[in-house]
Design a protein around this ligand. Structure first.
Ligand SMILES: *Cc1c(COP(=O)(O)O)cnc(C)c1O
Length: 385
């Protein structure tokens, strides 16, 4: 077993040993809140109470760490629960965060409106402008750099290695939200990041049937703090949720291949359409982040956005007209979804620097047959007058 395994093998086997008592190929769901002790304080497998530790959650946590090539994996009830735990583990009142101007709206809301009143300040910058990032760092006060790439919904690409270097020069913890790419396409720790955050609700779970979040941390001391908070505050993933996420991860690599090829075909089909101002997809050669994405990622993913010439009216009409692309928040499932960010996923950032233009429609391209998907989009497109 000394030979290092490849991603597709790791995704199916890491932390997934068969059940030694029955031989069950799939480890059972340990749907138990507590564990019988042999004598007072003498535990049978190290398990005591499921907030502190549960075998199904452990199995997922081992898998998460292996997928990202990291040391410690922690799983949570949601992506935001994971983020909240990280922020509280790493920061103290008076600390300052620099984050991208297109981070997930809920991340901005959490940092600004929940952690803000507890004394955490933030500055929002364009992460593709390295000078601006350097300028936003306040010596002695900034403690964290928060990167999301590709970003949501405009699919901007930031250079993880360069940003990690800038962050480390100033002694910051460099965090990458890797939800959009998934570790099948991008592994930020290998580019120098310190922490990876996921909403496993999206591609890792992959079937729109479970909420979850993850942290993957290399530093032992930070991981210990986060583990303590996971136990002491209790934002843990439930056993069934952890199991569903494991089940999803087994097909992650093949799903991401199909998500990427479908999205590429759709982007190429719609690029240059007279009803569209722009198609935002890093797989298109004229996308400003194309070359960087090519070097930093092993595929361009399943997310793309469209900007309509006809403004908000055209965008809204389109989003309500597709059929296979169902109108819903979220992303990353096998089924295609359409979203109108300015009033749905990004409603919470209206009126802030993170506001999304109102002529944008975001697509989460599923793994259905691409000809059916294209037919659905064509049918919903504004007709020439
Ligand atoms: C959905 C999402 C989150 C939040 O995760 P939840 O599981 O909804 O709490 C964070 N970051 C990104 C990029 C997301 O898409």
């Amino acid at each position: 077993m000394a030979r290092k395994q490849h991603f597709n093998t790791v995704a199916i086997h890491a932390g997934q040993e068969f059940d030694p008592t029955t031989g069950a190929v799939i480890p059972p769901i340990y749907q138990s809140s507590t564990f019988v002790q042999k004598s007072i304080g003498e535990l049978r497998g190290g398990y005591e109470y499921s907030r502190g530790g549960n075998p199904t959650r452990d199995s997922l946590q081992t898998l998460l760490a292996a997928l990202e090539g990291g040391k410690h994996g922690l799983s949570f009830a949601s992506g935001l629960a994971a983020e909240d735990t990280l922020l509280r583990a790493a920061l103290s009142p008076g600390d300052h965060i620099v984050m991208g101007n297109d981070v997930y709206g809920g991340t901005h809301r959490l940092i600004e409106r929940v952690h803000g009143p507890w004394g955490i300040r933030n500055t929002v910058v364009d992460m593709s402008d390295l000078r601006a990032v350097e300028k936003a760092i306040i010596a002695g006060e900034t403690k964290m750099l928060w990167i999301e790439t590709p970003s949501n919904p405009l699919m901007k690409i930031s250079d993880i290695a360069e940003l990690a270097e800038i962050g480390h020069r100033a002694g910051l913890i460099v965090v990458v939200d890797n939800t959009f790419a998934s570790p099948a396409l991008q592994r930020p720790l290998l580019h120098g990041a310190d922490v990876v955050v996921h909403s496993t609700t999206k591609y890792l779970g992959g079937h729109s049937d479970v909420l979850g979040g993850a942290l993957i941390i290399n530093d032992d001391a930070l991981a210990e703090k986060a583990l303590f908070l996971q136990f002491a505050a209790g934002p843990v993933s439930a056993p069934l949720d952890a199991w569903l996420t494991i089940r999803g991860i087994k097909t992650l690599a093949v799903r991401m291949e199909r998500h990427s090829s479908n999205a590429q075909a759709i982007a190429e089909h719609l690029d240059g359409h007279p009803a569209l101002e722009a198609v935002y997809y890093p797989g298109l050669p004229d996308h400003p982040g194309h070359a960087l994405a090519k070097q930093q990622m092993s595929g361009f993913g399943g997310m793309l956005s469209l900007a309509f010439v006809g403004g908000a009216k055209a965008a809204r009409k389109f989003a309500e007209k597709t059929k296979l692309f169902q109108l819903a928040e979220s992303l990353g499932g096998v089924e295609s979804l359409v979203n109108y960010p300015s009033e749905m996923t990004h409603a919470s950032v209206r009126g802030t620097v993170l506001e999304v233009p109102d002529n944008i429609v975001r697509l989460s391209v599923g793994i259905e047959d691409v000809t059916d998907l294209i037919a659905d989009l064509d049918r919903a497109m504004p007709k020439k007058k």
